[in-house]
Design a protein around this ligand. Structure first.
Ligand code: PXL
Length: 277
C-alpha cells in the first residue's frame, strides 16, 4: 500500500486543504499521513476566522518520523501560511526525497487574478522557490503569474498558456500543470508541460457556469491519488479534472454556496469508477 504525506492547514469549515485531501486520497486506497500547519475556524475567504499556527510542530514531527525511518511515496504540499513554512517544506523535501518518490506542490495562494488575503507578491516569489525543487507543480493562472512575474490575463490563447508553463518549468519543476486553462469558447481544462520530454498535454471539458472555493485542492488531491494508483501524470490530470467537474456539477444542482466548497462526497462513487482498471 502506498503512503503519502500531505502538509497543509485544517480549515474546520469550508471544505478545502486537509478536510478534502485526507478523505479523497484515503478513498483512493492510499494511506494519507498529514501535517496540519495551522487550525482555522474556516478558510480565509470568510470574515473573522480564527487561526492557530502550528509551525513549531513541523520539525518535531518530521524528526520523529526520521528516527522511526518512516518514508513516503509522495510529499504533497498545499496552502502554506508563511515564509518559514515554505522553508521548512524545502528542508522536508531534502530529508524525505528518494529516487522513487515524488514531490508535488500546489502553490495555493490565489485565484481570479488576486492573491488570498494572507499573501502578497513577496510571498508568491518565495513560493516559487519551493516550486523550483518540486517534481510536479499545479498552479492556476493567477498563481503562475504571481510566481513568474508574467502579466495576468482573463482571456488568453494557447500560446499564453504554453508560455506560462515554460516559465514555470524554468523555475525548476520537472512537470508543470496549469489548472483552469481556458482558451476555447465554453471550455476549460488543464494544460501540462513535461520539460524532460519537451512535451505539452491539454485536456479540456465543458466549462460549468459556477466557480466554488476549494476546487483547486480537490484537483490536486485527486491527482496525487491517481499518481499513487499507477496512472501517469497525463492520465492523473484527466481523472482529477473529470472528478472536480462532477463535484461542481453536483453542487450547482444544490444552489449557490460559493464559499462552502463542493459536494465532493457525493461524487466519490464516480471517482471510484474513474480509477477502476
Ligand atoms: O483552498 C485554498 C485554501 C486553503 N486553506 C486556507 C485558505 C484557502 C483559500 O482561501 O484560506 C486557509
Amino acid at each position: 500500500m502506498k503512503r503519502i504525506v500531505t502538509i497543509q492547514d485544517i480549515s474546520c469549515v469550508g471544505k478545502c486543504s486537509l478536510t478534502v485531501a485526507l478523505p479523497i486520497i484515503s478513498a483512493m486506497g492510499v494511506e494519507t499521513a498529514i501535517i496540519p500547519t495551522a487550525v482555522l475556524s474556516t478558510h480565509t475567504m470568510f470574515k473573522n476566522f480564527t487561526v492557530k499556527d502550528l509551525t513549531d510542530q513541523i520539525e518535531p514531527i518530521t524528526n520523529h518520523w526520521k528516527n522511526e525511518e518512516i518514508g513516503f511515496d509522495a510529499l504533497y504540499t498545499g496552502y502554506l501560511g508563511s515564509f518559514e513554512q515554505i522553508d521548512l517544506m524545502k528542508n522536508m523535501f531534502e530529508e524525505f526525497k528518494t529516487d522513487s518518490n515524488i514531490t508535488f506542490v500546489d502553490p495555493a495562494m490565489g485565484d481570479h487574478g488576486k492573491l488570498y488575503p494572507a499573501f502578497d507578491e513577496a510571498f508568491a516569489k518565495h513560493m516559487a522557490t519551493l516550486c523550483a525543487v518540486a517534481d510536479i507543480v499545479v498552479p492556476n493562472v493567477t498563481e503562475a503569474c504571481f510566481m513568474t512575474g508574467a502579466e495576468y490575463k482573463e482571456e488568453y490563447d494557447e500560446a499564453y498558456a504554453k508560455d506560462l508553463l515554460k516559465r514555470l518549468s524554468d523555475l525548476g519543476a520537472k512537470i508543470a500543470i496549469l489548472t483552469g486553462a481556458s482558451f476555447e469558447e465554453g471550455k476549460t481544462g488543464v494544460m501540462g508541460y513535461d520539460k524532460t520530454k519537451d512535451e505539452f498535454f491539454y485536456f479540456s471539458h465543458d466549462k460549468l457556469a459556477s466557480s466554488y472555493h476549494g476546487t483547486g485542492d480537490i484537483f490536486s488531491s485527486t491527482c496525487v491519488g491517481a499518481l499513487m494508483n499507477g496512472y501517469d501524470w497525463k492520465e492523473a490530470v484527466q481523472i482529477a479534472a473529470k472528478y472536480t467537474a462532477e463535484c461542481i456539477r453536483l453542487t450547482m444542482e444544490d444552489g449557490k454556496l460559493q464559499w462552502y466548497g463542493v459536494h465532493f462526497e457525493q461524487a466519490m462513487p464516480y471517482l471510484m469508477k474513474l480509477i477502476e482498471k
